[in-house]
Design a protein around this ligand. Structure first.
Ligand SMILES: *Cc1c(COP(=O)(O)O)cnc(C)c1O
Length: 403
């Protein structure tokens, strides 16, 4: 079968809830992927930062295979020997007291929302069903009904109501707006330290620090969604570290599973995650030994291969190089570590056609919203491979200038 056959089958039998580039991948290793016709591409998206450690990392695959042959699922009705070790290791690494494991990012966000509500009832004495959570305009926290209830993207919401009450939306990057929005019923403020899906929107320096002060002053939980920005992507273990602060709850997912297995989690200190009693929340696959063994090795790879430091170093190097491209289409180049956005002017005709051209040149990236190209290679990338990518990007923009 060739690529056309696979695409036809997918389009006939699969729901059309995505608009993928027409590259059918059947093999991957490190920063590279191959399509069914044997063409090689550099992965410049990393599955939305879920393969930060690179595709099929030998150590992570080895841990996966070894655990798959031992025990994969116990449910939390019984205990297993991997979950306690992941819990201890990730708490030691991040400096939080406790962790609650789930599977997808959206489930972990749901867990953070439930935790904040329960905390507000128990610790702030809020009446049942009155807690409010504040989120930001242009947020992306996942696709469940409750999460899209506070999305401001019409595409994510249309025809999916009725929605979950109890959310308020304020502008991103505006600490004063947060302070104005807080009421005695506010349980938490949920925010991405950098809005990746919205187009790599980076708040002004000092924003998260002010958020921390405001949340402290009003007794409101500060929840950072680091599902995409966390575990090294932005050049720090967590993006909030740039501001020298610590949120009350951190949500992780994506590369916690090293691109091999879905796992997500909420991290917090005991006064927050300690609110749960048996039976109040759970997940059949949450904390399963296969996911935990994979996550433990994924974290060790991040540490041993110094991926956080590499993201910082290579991100700086690449942004500097990108800024040398002269093109009438480029409005702004911005980024944190290896989370980089190239914003095009609306007149450029949309980021999608540039992503198609880059694909033909051997570089896989994806537009985010209409006018931003996201560059997010695996964090194992070297300057030599970034140079290879840069030549392709420069070539695509150069071809535009003369067309
Ligand atoms: C990807 C993502 C999510 C949702 O994760 P899923 O695993 O797709 O449910 C939530 N928040 C952020 C910031 C993300 O990037």
């Amino acid at each position: 079968m060739n690529a056309k056959n696979y695409i036809a089958i997918e389009d006939k039998y699969g729901a059309h809830n995505y608009h993928p580039l027409d590259v059918v991948i059947d093999k991957a290793k490190g920063i590279w992927v191959w399509d069914v016709e044997g063409r090689r591409y550099l992965d410049f998206l990393s599955s939305y930062s879920a393969v930060n450690q690179g595709h099929c990392h030998p150590r992570i695959v080895k841990a996966l295979k070894a655990q798959a042959g031992r025990v994969t699922l116990t449910s939390r009705a019984f205990r297993n020997d991997q979950w306690p070790l992941l819990a201890k290791e990730i708490c030691t690494l991040t400096g939080y007291d406790m962790i609650l494991p789930m599977n997808s990012g959206a489930e972990a966000v749901e867990t953070a929302i439930k935790t904040a509500r329960k905390w507000a009832c128990q610790k702030k004495g809020l009446a049942q069903d009155t807690a409010e959570i504040i989120a930001c305009r242009n947020n992306f926290h996942g696709r469940t009904v409750s999460i899209i209830s506070f999305s401001t993207e019409p595409l994510y919401r249309r025809d999916f109501g009725p929605f979950t009450p109890g959310f308020k939306v304020i502008p991103f990057g505006d600490a004063e707006a947060l302070e104005r929005a807080i009421t005695p019923r506010t349980a938490a403020f949920l925010v991405e330290p950098c809005q990746a899906e919205a187009g790599i929107l980076i708040p002004a320096p000092g924003y998260l620090k002010k958020v921390r002060e405001i949340c402290d002053k009003h007794g409101v939980l500060f929840i950072a969604d680091e599902i995409q920005t966390g575990l090294g992507r932005t050049g720090k273990l967590f993006a909030y570290e740039y501001e020298g602060i610590k949120p009350d709850m951190v949500i992780v997912g994506k590369s916690l599973g090293g691109g091999c297995y879905p796992i997500s989690a909420v991290l917090a200190d005991e006064p927050v995650l300690g609110v749960y009693k048996p039976g109040e929340h759970g997940s059949t696959f949450g904390g399963n030994p296969l996911a935990c063994a994979v996550a433990r090795e994924s974290l060790r790879v991040i540490r041993d291969e110094k991926l956080v430091q590499n993201a910082a170093r290579q991100g700086k190097y690449f942004i500097k190089k990108l800024k040398t491209i002269r093109s009438r289409h480029i409005k702004e180049i911005r980024g944190m570590g290896l989370l980089i956005g190239v914003e095009l002017f609306p007149e450029a005709g949309g980021a999608r056609r540039f992503c198609e051209a880059l694909k033909d040149a051997g570089l896989l990236c994806k537009e985010t919203h209409d006018n931003v190209i996201r560059f997010a290679p695996p964090l194992i990338i070297t300057p030599k491979d970034l140079d290879w990518a840069f030549d392709r990007i420069k070539g695509v923009f150069a071809a535009e200038e003369y067309s």
